[in-house]
Design a protein around this ligand. Structure first.
Ligand code: XMP
Length: 323
């Protein structure tokens, strides 16, 4: 019978056999899949694992802290945090094209992770032979790999490392669906704020700012986004919503009025969607009372924002993200 406890026991046993006394590296992104796969490996082999968290400064309010503090406290993972905020912001300066943003972030992420990897490789101890990946069953099916329960595949030439060094991937979530991964995460004691997190794009808030990314703009968006999450959670609607992007139209200004004065601020777009797999999506019919609370709070509490608009486009023709 399927229970999250059985899955944990089974995987722990399997990982121990496969890893032996070698060492393992894992990348934490702040998302559910990497958090759960890393915690599973930690449970199996403890200090033989080093997790790397590249903080690119594009996560939402409080999320980096949740990884650095709560996740580490709950799992005991040996975490290496790389603060790369300035580096990412520097490379993104003035960039407005969405695909260009993605390319820069992807490139810098790999570069930063590899530098951290080399540092781990240079520390004394058993050789590092494995990388953890949070691949889920739907990803396995999509990529045509149907080897069932086999959760290790050989992986040559991890970029930036010596050519003759052979890494294998550990993919302990290969047979699981997202909701099962969440159950396993709870079983492992991972904080609920991480386990129940909605899908979030790798390039993070950079593709939720329409226009160039800057620290000021990120801060505006983080504050608006935090209000949206607070109110949606308080309304008990998190599990009914697939994803709730909050988007800052940084190059758009509109006229508003506040007190005796005219304002000239930015719009925030609310993009709550329901979906099964993100391939298609419908806009969520949220209660008007919730939308009203979100709108009132954002325009009151975030000075630079004077207008809140709701995206009522399905996918297709719209995408979930705005960029
Ligand atoms: P779209 O906007 O194409 O998004 O409807 C579909 C799903 O993919 C996520 N998304 C991304 N995830 N890197 C990611 O890791 C990306 O560049 C990226 N772009 C979109 C989006 O959040 C949604 O879940």
């Amino acid at each position: 019978t399927w229970t999250s406890a059985n899955i944990v026991d089974e995987q722990v046993e399997l990982i121990r056999q496969q890893v032996g006394d070698a060492r393992v590296i894992s990348a934490l992104s702040g998302g559910v899949d990497s958090a759960v796969s890393t915690a599973l490996v930690q449970k199996a082999i403890g200090d033989q694992l080093t997790a790397v968290f590249v903080d690119h400064g594009l996560l939402r309010q409080g999320e980096a802290e949740q990884v650095r503090q709560d996740y580490v406290a709950a799992t005991g993972v040996d975490l290496k945090v790389v603060d790369a905020k300035d580096q990412f912001l520097g490379f993104l300066e003035g960039v407005t094209d969405p695909e260009e943003k993605r390319k820069i972030i992807g490139r810098e992420f790999i570069r930063t992770f590899e530098a951290a990897e080399r540092e781990v490789l240079a520390t004394p101890g058993a050789p590092v032979r494995f990388l953890v990946q949070g691949t889920l069953y739907p990803d396995v099916v999509e990529s045509g790999g149907g080897e069932g329960a086999a959760n290790i595949k050989s992986h040559h030439n991890v970029g930036g490392l010596p050519e003759d060094l052979e890494f294998s991937l550990i993919e302990p979530l290969r047979t699981l669906f997202k909701d099962e991964v969440r159950q396993v995460g709870r079983q492992l004691g991972i904080p609920e704020a991480i386990v129940s997190r909605h899908p979030f794009p790798g390039p993070g808030l950079a593709i939720r700012i329409v226009g160039a990314v800057s620290e000021e703009r990120l801060e505006i968006l983080r504050r608006a986004d935090a209000i949206v999450r607070e109110e949606t959670t308080a309304a008990g609607l998190d599990s009914e919503i697939w994803q709730f992007p909050v988007v800052l139209l940084a190059d758009v200004r509109s006229v508003g009025v506040q007190g005796d004065g005219r304002t000239y601020g930015h719009p925030i777009v609310l993009r709550p969607v329901s979906s099964e797999d993100a391939m298609t999506a419908d806009w969520s019919r949220l209660p008007y009372e919730l939308l009203e609370r979100i709108s009132t709070r954002i325009t009151n509490e975030v000075d630079e924002v004077n207008r809140v608009v709701l995206d009522v486009t399905s996918k297709p023709p719209g995408t979930i993200e705005w960029e």
